[in-house]
Design a protein around this ligand. Structure first.
Ligand code: ATP
Ligand code: MG
Length: 424
């Protein structure tokens, strides 16, 4: 029979890859708690309308990347391509303004119909942090500090730089839009087909084009600085003052825009040179207009999202903790006594590899390969004496210990001669 293939652009992460993936999520959870964020989980699918209205019709995501389908009842649904619109919808649906400012973290799978390549998939995963209901620049800076501490905790402090920009307020953006239209219109025929469309629909997004052909015109484009209103400039001044106060280094990138339409004021990306074209590992900014645009109360908000796979690709260490001890039964008579011993060790908090099958040699080499420090060998003779053989795998030293004191003996042996546990 023909083999069923995985869907293009999806991955089965396993082994060291899965360990790195988990390490990103674990560090994110730990640092998020330090910063006082609360966990939230929203649906993987939402009404297509939510993303069309929330992200913007002229974006790549809405125009050509969404997985949308009618369900059996005829409702048009979309697998979420990003988190923010769904979180904004949840905020409105549940009346969460009572908790404002609400600091949320979430993570999970997202779906975009993209051209798959290293660091770019059709199902990918993000960690995401949002502060909803805060207009204060303290919120922007706190979020950036969260991302900064997370990257440092992952050991990526030297591999990633922070790029910062402002997209200004509505008045600044209107003026900027006019300046960009004037600039790009003069080169319309030389722009990529996508950017010619953007020129009519949302010229700011030309700055986010990945087409080589657009590059020279983007590099020559005017920056927003000349048209920033005094209020928008003052807000940006607060952000840079905050980052300076916290000692967080950044580079000003005056042409940085985010791929999605709803951003205003602060825009930032943490970028690496180690992943080829897929260099942005975390991107975010302020989106003061989104919740109102989705039918909610006017609500300032700011957030970021990071690609778990891209971050995991940057991690070097295999962070999977090896099991501490292997339990090796010999002969069928010892099987359930050994299973019980493994179960007791696990209940006591130890990581245990149960060596299921093969000769003693096979089972011992499995324990070694998995990186266990100790093995507990249980044969019929040991069982008859109420003992188990405790073996130190690095030195080969071994000694019998009483079966009913095996958990204690293992804990003591793991601590080793340096930090010997108090023996009572
Ligand atoms: P890019 O410019 O690389 O397409 P984007 O602007 O579309 O990114 P966002 O929507 O801001 O990305 O998503 C935030 C982060 O999610 C990105 O910085 C990246 O790390 C990750 N990401 C986005 N799309 C993908 C994808 N298709 N596969 C893997 N990771 C992705
Ligand atoms: Mg994209």
């Amino acid at each position: 029979m023909a083999k069923i293939q995985a869907i293009r652009g999806t991955h089965d992460w396993f082994g060291a890859d899965a360990a790195r993936f988990n390490a990103v999520i674990e560090a994110f959870g730990a640092i998020g708690e330090r910063f006082g964020f609360q966990s939230v989980h929203t649906p993987v699918f939402e009404a297509t309308e939510l993303f069309a209205r929330g992200i913007g019709e002229a974006t790549d995501v809405v125009a050509k990347e969404m997985y949308s389908f009618p369900d059996r009842g005829g409702d048009l649904l979309t697998l979420r391509p990003e988190f923010t619109a769904g979180l904004a919808r949840a905020y409105i649906s549940n009346g969460w303004q009572q908790f404002s400012p609400l600091k949320l973290v979430t993570h999970g799978p997202l779906f975009r119909y993209e051209r798959p390549q290293k660091g770019r998939y059709r199902q990918f995963h993000q960690i995401d942090a949002e502060v909803i209901g805060a207009a204060e620049p303290l919120a922007d800076v706190e979020l950036i500090a969260f991302a900064d501490q997370l990257l440092k905790a992952l050991g990526l402090g030297d591999k990633v730089v922070l790029q910062l920009n402002t997209l200004g307020d509505a008045a600044s953006r209107a003026a900027y839009r006019a300046a960009l239209v004037a600039h790009f219109s003069a080169h319309r025929a030389d722009l990529s087909a996508d950017s010619q469309l953007r020129l009519d629909k949302n010229p700011l997004r030309i700055l986010d084009s990945k087409a080589e052909q657009d590059r020279p015109f983007i590099d020559a484009a005017p920056t927003i600085d000349a048209v920033l209103t005094p209020e928008a400039a003052a807000f940006f001044g607060e952000i840079t003052a905050g980052l300076d106060a916290l000692g967080i280094a950044y580079t000003r990138n005056p042409r940085l825009v985010r791929g999605l339409d709803y951003y205003s004021h602060t825009a930032f990306e943490f970028v690496t040179t180690h992943l080829g074209a897929q260099g942005t590992v975390i991107g975010g900014g302020r989106y003061d207009g989104l919740i109102e645009q989705l039918g909610g109360p006017s609500t300032p908000a700011v957030g970021w999202a990071g690609g778990i796979e891209r971050l995991a690709l940057l991690l070097e260490a295999d962070d999977a903790a090896p099991p501490e001890v292997a339990v090796v039964p010999l002969g069928e008579a010892a099987q359930w006594a050994a299973a019980r011993l493994a179960n007791d060790l696990r209940a006591a908090g130890l990581c245990v590899e149960m060596a299921y099958r093969g000769t003693l040699k096979k089972r011992m080499s499995r324990a070694n390969e998995r990186g266990c420090a100790l093995a507990l060998i249980l044969g019929e003779d040991e069982l008859a004496r109420g003992e188990v053989l405790l073996k130190q795998l690095d030195t080969g030293e071994q000694a019998p210990v009483a079966l009913d004191r095996a958990v204690e003996a293992v804990s003591t042996a793991l601590v080793g001669p340096i930090g010997t546990l108090e023996d009572d």
